[in-house]
Design a protein around this ligand. Sequence first.
Ligand code: ZN
Length: 268
Amino acid sequence: MRILVLSDIHGNLVALESVLAAAAGQYDAIWCLGDIVGYGPRPNECVALMREQATLCVMGNHDLAALGHPDIDVDNFNPHARQAVLWTRETLTEESHTFLAQLPDTPVLPSGQERLLVTHASPREPVWEYVLTPNVAWENFALFEQEICLVGHTHKPAIFRWRLCHEVNLEYADAVADNELVAEVSLLQAPSSGGVQLDTSAEQRVILNPGSVGQPRDNDARAAWAILDLEQMLWQCRRTPYAIELTQSQMQAAGLPRRLIDRLSYGW
Ligand code: ZN
C-alpha cells in the first residue's frame, strides 16, 4: 500500500492539482492531514477534491477556524491569517462546511494499519501544537505507541526519529530502566527528493511531516508532499513546481492580503 500524504493545502487549488498530476499512478490511497482551507483562494474546490479522493482526512486549525467554531477566537490568529479566515468563512459553501465539520479533531488510527497514527498537529495537541524541535517531538513520542505518526501543521517537511541505542549522543535522551539501552530523538534531514528507509521496529519510531502543498515555509516555494510506501517502508519526500502566479492572481481577485500573496513566491 502506497499512501499519498498531503497536508496544509490551504485553498491552493493550482498547487493541489499540480501535485495530484505529479503523483498520478504512484499511490493507492490519499490521506489528508488537515488545513484544506485558509489562506488560499479556492477553498471549496480543494474540499471537493479531498472529499472525493481522500480516504482519510483530519481536522486542521484553519479548517476549525473557518467553521466558525465558538471555541475558536480569531483574534488568536495574526491579522493577515485572521482576514483570510473571515474570507474563507464567507466563501465556504454549505457542502464544504458539512464536510469540514465532520473531520476528526483527535488522532486517528487508520483501520487495518495498527502501526500508524494520523493527526494534524501533534498527538498531544491534535489541532494546535507545532512539532518543530526534537524536544517537542520527544515529549510527544511518550504519548503514543505506534511506530509511525503522520503530522502536518508546521508547513516544513521533517523526520523525527526516536530510537533505542547504547550511547547517549543527544540532549533529548533518557535511560530506559532495567537494561543499558537509551532512547533518543533526532531530527533527520528530509531530502527534497528520493526516499528515506524507515527502519521501524521496537527500537525505532518516527514522526513524519510531508510539508505543505499550498503554502510551504521552508524557503522552497514548490509544493511539498510525500508518499509512504508501507510495503517497502519508504518515506518519499517530493517537491512539485506549480504556477504560483496563477494562485496569486486568484488571491488578488479575492482581495486576500498582499503579504499572504507575496509569501508564496518565497516559500516562507
Ligand atoms: Zn496549515
